[in-house]
Design a protein around this ligand. Structure first.
Ligand SMILES: [Zn+2]
Length: 290
């Protein structure tokens, strides 16, 4: 090969690499407009704040030594989350720990960008670690040859009932598999000048695959996992109920932008039980069809 051929090959190789990098993350389009619609951030209870979009819930827990951010929404949410955090008087740069309730692109889309911007440590349920690290390519339901979100660097793998500690906060991670193999919920206490509240940020176990459960080679235990999660979630006790999507816990009926601080708006055991019952019926229908 002569010099010209060599340098052309180099240029072609470089170009191909750039194209691969640009194409390697392909976030699904035509998503629910409510996932992208911005929404005013607000204080939920004590040091817990809502910083998500209209439907994709992101939560900020503020402590004296830095903050915890749970879920990031779609890729474009890196800007809206920063704006939301600043509107509350806090700084994105103070984020120390990143968490997610499930490794899907609608909750991890902006995670890598926020991780790079803050240097915060990503902690994730063991069973979602691989999917998060490959940008969703190995997801049992939505897996593809391209990533649906930018791969996330994992700093700590979490197991059922592990505790995440920062600045006096203790979050209990509860392994609630099914929706993804490592879906999880977080249970923790916050307090204000009147009282303390036990908060549950729940990953509600909705079903994402159209395939029969006995025909998913990539997830042979899926049926047992949903059964486990439904049972485990029924027995939880808490004061305030939140979840991965605002629509799941009826945020917009409970809170309107500009409302004054009112943690009690999120006391809703009945709503939680009804939602779980509906999901259990979906599960029972699914397994009866196979
Ligand atoms: Zn999902």
């Amino acid at each position: 090969m002569n010099r010209i051929a060599k340098s052309s090959l180099l240029i072609i190789t470089l170009f191909a690499t750039l194209c691969t990098t640009a194409q390697s993350v392909k976030e699904p389009t035509n998503t629910d407009p409510n996932w992208s619609k911005s929404y005013p951030a607000f204080r939920i209870a004590g040091n817990l704040y809502y910083v998500g979009t209209y439907d994709l819930a992101s939560y900020l827990i503020v402590t004296p030594v830095g903050n915890i951010l749970i879920n990031t929404g779609l890729a474009a949410s890196d800007k809206t989350i920063k704006t939301s955090i600043e509107s509350l008087g806090f700084k994105l740069a103070d984020t120390k720990i990143l968490l997610t309730t499930q490794a899907h692109y609608d909750h991890l889309g902006a995670m890598s960008a926020i991780q790079q911007a803050t240097g915060a440590h990503m902690m994730i349920d063991e069973a979602d670690a691989a999917v998060a690290a490959d940008g969703g390519r190995s997801d049992y339901a939505f897996g593809d040859t391209v990533s649906s979100f930018a791969p996330v660097k994992i700093d700590r793998v979490l197991h059922d009932k592990d505790t995440i500690t920062l600045g006096g906060m203790h979050l209990l991670m509860l392994h609630h598999p099914g929706h993804t193999k490592g879906s999880c919920s977080f249970l923790f206490d916050v307090k204000d000048d009147k009282r303390s509240y036990r908060v549950l940020i729940a990953n509600m176990p909705s079903i994402v695959t159209n395939k029969p459960f006995n025909n998913i080679a990539a997830y042979p235990n899926i049926s047992q996992d949903y059964a486990y999660t439904l049972k485990a979630m029924k027995s939880l006790t808490f004061d305030l109920w939140l979840s991965s999507h605002a629509s799941q816990f009826d945020l917009h009926r409970k809170h309107q932008p500009g409302n004054k601080y009112n943690p009690a708006a999120f006391i809703d055991r009945k709503g939680y039980d009804t939602a779980l019952k509906g999901l259990e019926q979906q599960y029972l229908k699914k397994i009866s069809e196979q």
